[in-house]
Design a protein around this ligand. Structure first.
Ligand code: GLY
Length: 355
């Protein structure tokens, strides 16, 4: 199996494919885990991020449940924390939305608890005054550490990974690269925001900017989600504050003053003492988005042995665990992939011409 792309999704497929005994060559145009997987907040948050029931929630819940297995078997830690996420409301409209969310999620049998202001303060002592909160059993991990753990797990099991090799074309039977043509019976395109340049799949970049802060007094022990930003506590007293969504920016990855200011203000509105935090890093990267914001997983129509595993938009880290397993099972054992992610859903314009 030849995998194009060394982000979390490519590395997850490489790892799961090696576990199933396949030979694996992964090609990464720059550095393994150097793209969106480096900057991602690492939230494993199907409940907090879902506005309603549907395929995104179902896939996210299935995937969230799989991380404990990776924690037990991967060679290095990726700081898995499934102790919950708190979403807070500062306006009546936001509070009503949290109550609605708790209700439909409990109706599906999921844990979802509305917290009064005192409970919010217990969970997050640094939080600004709120009307209420919603606690759900979501979680988070270190996205860069997860990607490296998967890459290391895959190479320890015999996968080959080459960095600095740019794939210029994907064909039936292999790929063209800056180092010549490489043959492969099965090619999996997991090239993130670049997938739409290599295939007819409608995958476009959605720029995201985020900040990394060092909190003054370790105020934040739980991930907190507000209306204008989320704050994710990280190792070493750091807090990740994210994120913008800039679909109009194309492949531009410049950090802008406007976004840094906006995220900093939103972070301080959620946890005022962060005004004294050190700004450690400002970062911008590209999420890969499809028109319906669900991933595209399956055979690329019009090609033989070419597969798509991309378009995870805001949920690449969360969905990596499920994607790695189901794509490896589909390519190696012919198992079915989730119907909601089928490439055919976008119609003939986005299918190949049998190259
Ligand atoms: N999953 C959060 C984000 O993409 O910003």
């Amino acid at each position: 199996m030849l995998i194009v792309g060394g982000g979390v999704v490519g590395c997850a497929i490489a790892y799961e494919a090696r576990k199933r005994g396949a030979s694996v060559l992964l090609l990464e145009r720059q550095r393994i885990g150097g793209g969106a997987s480096h900057g991602a907040g690492g939230m494993l948050a199907p409940q907090v991020e879902s506005a309603g029931p549907g395929a995104a929630l179902e896939l996210g819940l299935r995937s969230r449940d799989l991380f404990a297995e990776w924690q037990a078997e991967l060679p290095t830690s990726f700081d898995l924390d499934l102790s919950g996420i708190l979403r807070v409301a500062h306006t009546e409209a936001a509070a009503a939305e949290l109550r609605r969310r708790a209700e439909w999620q409990r109706g599906l049998g999921l844990a979802a608890r509305i917290c009064d202001p005192a409970e919010v303060t217990d969970l997050c002592p640094g939080c600004a005054e709120v009307l209420c909160g919603l606690w759900v059993p979501d979680g988070q991990c270190s996205a860069p550490r997860l990607t490296m753990a998967l890459a290391q797990g895959a190479t320890q099991r015999g996968a080959e990974m080459r960095e600095g090799v740019v794939v210029t074309a994907v064909r039936t039977g292999g790929v063209d690269t800056t180092e010549g043509r490489i043959s492969a019976g099965q090619v999996v395109v997991a090239a993130g925001a670049w997938s739409g340049l290599l295939t007819p799949a409608p995958v476009r970049p959605v720029k995201g900017q985020r900040l990394l802060l060092r909190q003054p007094d370790r105020l934040l022990g739980i991930t907190v989600f507000g209306d204008h930003c989320y704050l994710v506590p990280k190792a070493g007293g750091r807090v990740l504050a994210g994120a913008t969504e800039e679909p109009e920016a194309g492949f531009d990855t410049r950090v802008t003053v406007e976004a840094v200011g906006r995220l900093a203000r939103a972070a301080c509105a959620l946890v005022p003492a962060l005004g004294g935090a050190e700004l450690v890093e400002a970062w911008a990267g590209l999420r890969p988005a499809t028109p319906d914001r669900l991933p595209v997983l399956g055979r690329l129509p019009g090609y033989e042995g070419v597969w798509l595993a991309t378009g995870h938009h805001r949920n690449g880290i969360l969905l990596s665990a499920l994607t790695g397993r189901v794509v490896a099972d589909a390519v190696l054992h012919g198992r079915a992939l989730p119907a909601a992610c089928a490439p055919e859903r976008f119609g003939a314009r986005h299918q190949g011409g049998g190259r």
